[in-house]
Design a protein around this ligand. Structure first.
Ligand code: PEP
Ligand code: MN
Length: 282
């Protein structure tokens, strides 16, 4: 990691850890932030239903994907720019912040006025031109780790954004490819404390894409908290068996509620109890 020592993301080159603030939501030390929502927005009804439910249960940010990077060009690619009206509806009916993936500069132009947080997905972690573009925007960026990227490559990708002028970066561990394909990816649990040792940036975890299996999402979420994560990004769908993308790894409302209760208990142990926008009833 020698060559990272002169970078702006390097922990020791800053005397405190960065807290990324977005309205009244904070990512970083002392806070725990839950991002939840479907893999992709499918229509207005399911989006609003999911948004209201996850907000009630304590999420602060809504996954609002309109553009989906899919392995097959024949799979559902997201509803695209028509969906911005749905984002406006969610904004008017909830207090959730909205985050959404951009795959290109064109997507950024379409989404910029409708979202609070920009997401760069795993497939674009090393799209340096796109990183430089989001580096010029004054909005937080969730940068997901490339599925085959080392921590050093991940951190240098973040450096492209910070170097271009945007310090509001949230790193997201989302699992890496390994030899075992029982799970979709392998959650690199030690990436969490390792990144925190190396950089001052907040680190969140995506237990959905890292496992690919809804039965494993709660365990991955709890392990991430124990390892020191500053937040989670969880796929939640009103009826996962009917989801147009990633239904196998999406959890339903009931499971999300149960998980949020467990998360809350764990956060008390780790002294991060001031997390939720909406307190859970019990
Ligand atoms: C996503 O979060 O919607 C996604 C596609 O995940 P990843 O970029 O980590 O594969
Ligand atoms: Mn997904």
């Amino acid at each position: 990691m020698e060559d990272l020592k002169n970078t702006k993301i390097w922990k020791r080159n800053k005397n405190h850890n960065t807290i990324v603030k977005c309205n009244d939501v904070n990512f970083g030390e002392g806070f725990f932030t839950v991002i939840a929502g479907p893999c992709a927005i499918e229509n207005s009804e399911m989006a609003l239903k999911t948004a209201k439910e996850v907000e009630k249960l304590g999420a602060s940010v809504f996954r609002s994907s309109l553009f989906k990077p899919r392995t097959s060009p024949y799979s559902f690619q997201g509803i695209g720019k028509e969906g911005v009206n749905i984002l406006a509806e969610i904004r008017s009916q909830t207090n959730l912040l909205l985050e959404s993936e951009v795959l290109s500069e064109e997507h950024l132009d379409i989404l910029i006025d409708h979202i609070d947080i920009i997401r760069i997905g795993s497939r674009n972690m090393d799209n340096y031109e796109l990183l430089k573009i989001v580096g010029k925007i004054n909005k937080p960026v969730i940068l997901k780790r490339g599925m085959s990227s080392t921590l050093k490559e991940f951190l240098f990708a973040a450096e492209y954004i910070i170097e271009a002028g945007n310090e509001q970066i949230i790193l997201c561990e989302r699992g890496i490819r390994s030899f075992d394909n029982y799970t979709r990816n392998t959650l690199d649990i030690l990436a969490i404390p390792s990144l925190k040792e190396l950089t001052h940036l907040p680190v969140i975890v995506d237990p959905s894409h890292s496992t690919g299996k809804r039965s494993l999402v709660p365990s991955a979420s709890k392990a991430a908290i124990a390892a020191g994560a500053d937040g989670l990004m969880i796929e939640v769908h009103p009826d996962p068996t009917k989801a147009l993308s990633d239904g196998e790894q999406s959890i339903d409302f009931f499971t999300f509620e149960k998980l949020m209760k467990e998360i809350k208990k764990l956060l008390e142990i780790f002294d991060k109890s001031t997390i939720f926008k909406n307190e859970l009833s019990n």
